[in-house]
Write a protein that binds this ligand. Structure first.
Ligand SMILES: C=C(NCc1c(COP(=O)(O)O)cnc(C)c1O)C(=O)O
Length: 417
């Protein structure tokens, strides 16, 4: 017999029943209109119920907002819901590391089930988003003192995820300094590098490895899941970062984790977390635990989230690829079918992002070419690549992807011989 949870359950179900015409969402914490949460519409849709399609509205495929997984969770609503009591875990910490023991266990179970990482010989630290762990690890891998000779040089191979540079420069620690792209240092006898390696890479989705000998490497495996790539073998880096934003799609829950082999590096990251935020929200940890339990229960079955994500992204990639290949104006990164140890077969590409190149001589600024055609993308400059490239996110809703194709068609057609 439900007692104190009934009102919360009734409220959540009433809001979930607000349809927003399938082009938006209402949330329990949404802005109220006459006491009822309003619909928050997908790009280009408006009206009280998101039923109005704005004319001349741009397709926004800029951010890697992982809404492609929203339908999965809506079809697993009862298993994935969580109710919080008003007194749930009010204490700052019930363990010395602010970390849920059960969530630690389930993260390791998930990696073991997917086979994308070796974790038994590594320490595990949580972050508020993997974004928080990026600088925690730069700090932990930098020398203790700040004598300039020992300052760590932080680098990445272009094109790279801009956060690495922007965050390192903003935090501007005495022990480390952003030193640009790896190509500048390939034959240098300089030491003390910290190299960010994103695999699969953002923006081009290619699998990568370190290129600077003897560097401390931060492997960012945000996308090393079967949704986005074949899993040829489990990753086994000394420092590996993952994020719930891309594996379950819950970007706004702000939860990431790092596996760290070296105990000293691990302790320095814990120290950083103590002074930066005193851990990650336990509300978030409880929610993520529930989500991971659902994912683990469905591994290998018809409701496997990785099957869902892979099939969705593979179809999107195939449709985009066919359109782009129908003329010579644009080209995409080359991705080949590859054997995947998770699906135990050779699988098609299903990248998170399309790395689009403008091939016509006059189209020197590809982002601008698309902007004029009504597509908001992320230009190559941000990734320290040529302006001839721009990134298209394939991670958003069906509305976003369909609008992308609709706006891209006339641009592709405009150069058909
Ligand atoms: C959302 C986007 N990137 C998220 C991201 C992140 C951020 O993850 P969070 O856990 O959501 O903070 C980390 N690493 C890589 C390689 C990423 O691409 C984007 O590029 O649009």
């Amino acid at each position: 017999e439900l007692r104190w949870t009934r009102r919360a359950a009734e409220e959540a179900e009433a809001v979930a029943a607000i349809s927003c015409s399938g082009h938006g969402r209402a949330y329990v914490d949404g802005v109220l209109d006459n006491g009822r949460p309003t619909c928050e519409c997908n790009t280009c849709y408006t009206g009280a119920d998101c039923s109005v399609l704005l004319s001349n509205c741009s397709a926004d495929v800029n951010s890697g907002d992982p809404l492609f997984l929203e339908p999965y969770w809506m079809s697993h609503s009862s298993e994935s819901a969580v109710v919080f009591s008003g007194w749930h875990r009010m204490s700052y910490a019930t363990t010395d590391r602010y970390q849920s023991i059960e969530l630690e266990k389930h993260i390791r179970y998930l990696h073991a089930a997917v086979g994308n990482a070796i974790t038994h010989d590594k320490y595990l630290v949580f972050g508020s988003g993997s974004t928080q762990l990026l600088n925690a690890l730069v700090y932990a891998l930098s020398p203790e003192n700040s004598s300039s000779a020992a300052t760590a040089s932080v680098v990445a191979t272009a094109p790279y995820y801009a956060m690495y540079k922007e965050q390192t420069n903003l935090f501007n620690g005495r022990e480390y300094e952003w030193k640009g792209v790896t190509s500048k240092w390939m034959n240098s006898n300089k030491t003390n590098f910290i190299e960010f390696v994103t695999s699969p890479n953002n923006p081009d989705s290619l699998l990568r490895d370190s290129v600077i000998a003897h560097s401390s490497v931060i492997y960012d495996h945000a996308y090393y899941w079967p949704h986005f790539t074949a899993i040829p073998a489990p990753a086994d880096g000394d420092v590996m970062i993952f994020t719930v934003s891309k594996v379950s799609g819950h970007a706004s829950s702000r939860f990431g984790w790092a596996f760290i082999k070296d105990e000293n590096v691990y302790n320095k990251v814990l120290n950083y977390m103590q002074y930066n935020s005193m851990g990650v929200s336990r509300d978030t940890q409880m929610r993520i635990l529930k989500l991971f339990k659902v994912m683990l229960e469905n591994i290998g079955g018809d409701e496997d989230i990785f099957k869902f994500g892979f099939n969705k992204l593979r179809k999107r990639w195939q449709r985009l690829h066919a359109l782009v290949n129908s003329s010579s104006r644009f080209s995409l990164q080359q991705l080949s079918p590859q054997y995947c140890t998770y699906f135990e077969n050779i699988r098609d590409p299903s990248p998170a992002y399309a790395w689009l190149k403008c091939e016509n001589e006059e189209d020197v600024d590809c982002e601008e070419v698309l902007t004029k055609g009504g597509i908001i993308s992320r230009g190559g400059m941000i990734f320290e690549a040529s302006t001839r490239y721009t990134r298209l996110s394939l991670l958003k809703t069906d509305d976003h992807f369909e609008m992308l194709l609709q706006k891209l068609k006339p641009l592709v057609a405009s150069s058909k011989e």
